[in-house]
Design a protein around this ligand. Structure first.
Ligand SMILES: [Zn+2]
Length: 172
């Protein structure tokens, strides 16, 4: 499958620095620098926005139902479909992609495909930060699940580092 292009770490750090400057100025009550653009300029508008929202909500509902039923192949299918349709989500290559890659990784863990799940974790933090992702961070379930897997060690550590980087903005 084609994964959306990853966001490079230096871009993530630059965008986080913009959020940090915005946040600090707001807290200090001084004139704010420009808020980082949100959603990204390639986000869908109009009909594509509505279509993308509906599609993603349906696919997420299918994933949740499949997860409750431990239907790992359906979980993987629904998560892959969301990844393929990431450009239709209103925040492309951001928190939604972190979430759909997490969902795919969780399905792969259930299927015993550990290496593929590790690849999902490795890819899933390379996304644009957005305000709620900055505040609440990236999803933790896949990193937690792979935390007991020795071969995932370095990738799991890297993920927690990325999560700390994301949540470093907005702390008092
Ligand atoms: Zn977001």
């Amino acid at each position: 499958m084609n994964w959306p292009p990853e966001v490079q770490q230096d871009v993530i750090e630059r965008e986080l620095a913009q959020y940090r400057a915005f946040d600090q100025a707001r807290r200090a009550g001084v004139a704010c620098p420009d808020r980082p653009p949100l959603p990204p300029s390639h986000a869908p508008r109009g009909f594509r926005f509505a279509l993308g929202l509906a599609l993603h909500l349906v696919l997420k509902t299918i994933w949740l139902a499949a997860s409750a039923a431990h239907a790992k192949s359906v979980m993987a299918w629904a998560a892959k479909a969301r990844i393929e349709a990431d450009d239709l989500w209103f925040e492309p290559r951001a928190c939604g992609l972190n979430s759909s890659l997490t969902d795919l990784g969780l399905a792969l863990v259930l299927a015993g495909e550990t290496q593929a799940a590790i690849a999902c974790l490795d890819r899933s933090w390379r996304v644009h930060p957005c305000p709620h992702a900055v505040t609440f961070g990236l999803r933790r379930e896949l990193a937690t699940r792979l935390g007991t897997c020795r071969e995932a060690g370095a990738i799991v550590c890297q993920y927690w580092d990325a999560l700390r980087l994301f949540t470093s903005v907005g702390r008092r």
